[in-house]
Design a protein around this ligand. Structure first.
Ligand SMILES: Nc1nc2c(c(=O)[nH]1)N[C@H]1C(S)=C(S)[C@@H](COP(=O)(O)O)O[C@H]1N2
Ligand SMILES: [Mo]
Length: 151
């Protein structure tokens, strides 16, 4: 793997989902681990939007709700944890309404840790500018996502 040492944190593209989810027989801590391979194999959705940090860009990844359903979500809210220790709670109803993605690519390029990767929760902000540009909803654009706890 020497040749790819300068590449984009390939081992970080993984997501742990735990908390109020269906019993995961394979996991002693009842966490559902989405490997890089599994995340990349899920249906890809595209959102073109600006964010608080960028102009209008093309973001790609699985829908957050699809990941949660695959984990067997039971609760009505999630808390998203990031590599920088930020965390934010998001109601599931809000996720169902605005259909954010867990973006792992921006303009065809995989997100690195230092440009919001490995996973960045992207909402279609330009489509719902009034609702999604508020301060409380900007907080829900969590970048550097590493874990989701279902409440
Ligand atoms: N991983 C991570 N995501 C985050 C944050 C953060 O500190 N870390 N800040 C949140 C907050 S509070 C807001 S308002 C927006 C914009 O944060 P920033 O402009 O302070 O970076 O990103 C959100 N997503
Ligand atoms: Mo904020």
């Amino acid at each position: 793997m020497l040749a790819s040492a300068a590449h984009a944190d390939p081992d970080l593209l993984q997501l742990d989902v735990d908390g109020n989810i269906e019993y995961q027989a394979a996991s002693p801590h009842n966490e559902r681990i989405f490997t890089r391979q599994e995340l990349l194999a899920m249906p890809v959705h595209t959102i073109q939007t600006s964010t608080n940090w960028t102009g209008s860009e093309v973001w790609e990844g699985p829908r957050l709700i699809d990941v949660l359903k695959k984990a067997g979500i039971r609760g009505s809210s999630i808390r998203v944890f990031a590599y920088d220790d930020y965390s934010q709670e998001i109601p599931v109803a809000f996720i169902e309404k605005y259909e954010p993605i867990l973006a792992y690519r921006e303009n065809g390029r995989e997100l690195r840790l230092n440009d919001f990767g490995p996973l960045f929760i992207i909402f279609p902000r330009d489509q719902y500018r009034d609702e999604l540009s508020t301060i409380s909803n900007t907080r829900r654009f969590v970048f550097q996502v590493r874990r989701i706890e279902v409440k």
